[in-house]
Write a protein that binds this ligand. Structure first.
Ligand SMILES: Nc1ncnc2c1ncn2[C@@H]1O[C@H](COP(=O)(O)OP(=O)(O)OP(=O)(O)O)[C@@H](O)[C@H]1O
Ligand SMILES: [Mg+2]
Length: 516
């Protein structure tokens, strides 16, 4: 065993304040991303619930050698993943870029162990790392060493260890101990209100769907920390969607859904596979395409804004509020990893569109570019970066232009209301006709024809048929139109049952007296 130094470059540390990862899920996302980059197919996270005293994260990726590991932590913030400009490896985009993802662990715990066996190597290594010093460094006590790097402490390295798994095994395992107090106590205290329970029942895939269903009834903050963790990890990681999500018709985003599936990348937390908890529409009774919900034209952008900016995506609207509200807005993914949360302002959309904002959701999948605009926390953007500005401009236009989303939502809403009123009109008129039959034994029938005619209606005295035609006489407003139609029916009805003008007026009033 020997001691290994852990250092971080000054510049990086200046960027990292104590809480760059806003939530535990945000920190775990970094470990999952590393496993993804290492070509893993399975990541197994365990929280040791209900004690939550030790977290582990294990993947079956290519692993890392002891020597490389030493190098990495000797100078944190110097990733070599993109050396020679490589951005794709074994069909997967490379997520890592800066070389600080590992520091995410420091936000979860103060002590951790890395165990890894590199593909093709016979033995594994184990490095025990104590991050106590990290807290002090964060409190701005300087530990600058001779090389101008800042020391975060040291670790104990044991190399050339043998396992029973044989030569072909390769893996990386990270064991996190002495979890940060706030984080640990939140998990423990809220354990009783946890909804996502690990039972045999839950082993069936529907449990996650049920869990999501029950989340809709709560506000997100009512959820336990654990539930939030499960939810958030699903949103953030490059795993598949739940069920047949995210859209009622995935044909539109076929290539994006297939790409995710193609990664064959699964993440388990305490034995359960997590998925993206995204499935629309969010209410079961929204079943009518176009009128209840709509998937807008596929987003596909490919331009050079200094360097290439390439993204695809979708926008979905449903006529009632999307619940939970955490799914409202637009989510930006870079290399299939979410950046922050759904942005409910749609990148600060400049006009007030009221409730429409609550009914809209979408995802943008960035294939190239925008990475430079990422802040170091990988949860937010430098909003003045040209790529961010270009994306914003595109989205605002997509939503706001003449034939854009907002205009279309308004039109659909008007159509729906017209349809509703039309139906109501028909029902009311039928009632009027029936009361003529009951009270005056007069059997008038009413018909509508969509062809236009020189007069607004025609009455056939013999068959007692009234036919309404399209004609500019009729009001465009369905309510007014109903009144017009009623007057016509009452007039014709009164004429049929009256002998003279006096009784005609009388009868019109009688017919209308029912119609209050
Ligand atoms: N699960 C893992 N399997 C194999 N190697 C890993 C794993 N996790 C980390 N590494 C190695 O450790 C290095 C540092 O990881 P870290 O997340 O800090 O940086 P990065 O992924 O290169 O960049 P970024 O800061 O953008 O995530 C990686 O480049 C990789 O070589
Ligand atoms: Mg990383």
């Amino acid at each position: 065993m020997h001691s290994i130094p852990i250092n971080v470059s000054k510049k990086i540390l200046a960027d990292i304040s104590s809480g760059i990862y806003r939530t535990p899920a945000n920190a775990l996302k970094e470990l999952v991303s590393n496993a993804f980059d290492a070509g893993a197919h399975k990541v197994v996270i365990s929280t040791n619930a209900p004690y939550f005293n030790v977290f582990t994260c294990e993947d079956d990726g290519e692993g890392i050698s002891a020597k490389d590991f030493e190098k990495i932590i000797n100078i944190i913030g110097s990733s070599t993943k993109r050396a020679e400009g490589v951005t794709i490896k074994d069909g997967r985009p490379i997520i890592g870029k800066i070389g600080i993802g590992f520091l995410a662990v420091a936000q979860i715990c103060t002590k951790f162990t890395v165990i890894s066996k590199k593909k093709g190597e016979k033995n594994y290594f184990q490095a025990k790392i104590d991050l106590k010093q990290f807290e002090e460094v964060e409190k701005e006590k300087s530990f600058t060493n001779a090389e101008g790097k800042i020391s975060l402490g040291s670790g104990d390295m044991e190399e050339d260890l043998e396992d029973e798994l044989g030569k072909n095994a390769h893996y990386t395992k990270i064991i996190m101990e002495e979890l940060k107090e706030g984080f640990h106590s939140n998990l423990v205290e809220e354990e009783s209100k946890r909804m996502f329970k690990i039972t045999e029942e839950a082993a069936k895939s529907e449990s996650l769907i049920n869990f999501i269903g029950s989340i809709k009834k709560k506000t997100f903050n009512e959820l336990s920390q654990y539930d939030q963790l499960i939810w958030e990890l699903g949103i953030l990681c490059p795993v598949e969607y739940i069920g047949n999500g995210p859209l009622p018709d995935n044909k539109v985003i076929h290539s994006d859904v297939e790409r995710l599936r193609g990664y064959d990348f699964k993440v388990f937390v305490d034995g359960f596979e997590i998925r993206k908890p995204i499935i629309f529409p969010t209410n079961k009774y929204l079943i009518k395409k176009e009128s209840d919900y709509k998937v807008y034209p596929y987003i596909s952008f490919n331009e050079k804004i200094g360097s290439p900016l390439i993204f695809t995506g979708y926008v979905f609207h449903q006529r009632v509020k999307i619940l939970p509200p955490e799914l409202q807005g637009i989510l930006i993914r870079i290399k299939d990893v979410a950046v922050g949360e759904y942005d409910r302002t749609f990148l600060h959309y400049p006009k007030a569109e009221g409730p429409m904002f609550n009914q809209l959701t979408g995802e943008i999948f960035v294939e190239a570019g925008l990475e430079e605009a990422l802040n170091i926390d990988r949860n937010s953007f430098n909003e003045t970066h040209p790529h961010y500005l270009a994306l914003k401009k595109f989205l605002w236009d997509y939503l706001g232009r003449q034939d854009g989303v907002f205009r279309d939502i308004r039109n659909r809403s008007k159509e729906r209301q017209d349809k509703f009123h039309k139906k109501q009109s028909k029902e009311e008129l039928t009632r009027m006709v029936e009361s003529l039959k009951d009270k005056f034994e007069l059997n008038i029938k009413v018909k509508w024809e969509s062809k236009s005619f020189k007069s607004p209606y025609k009455y056939n005295k013999k068959s007692k048929n009234i036919t309404f035609f399209s004609n500019s006489f009729w009001s465009k407003n369905e309510k007014k139109r109903l009144l017009q139609e009623k007057i016509v029916v009452a007039m014709i009805g009164a004429r049929e049952i009256s002998r003279n003008m006096e009784s005609f007026e009388d009868n019109i009033l009688k017919i209308f007296s029912d119609e209050k």
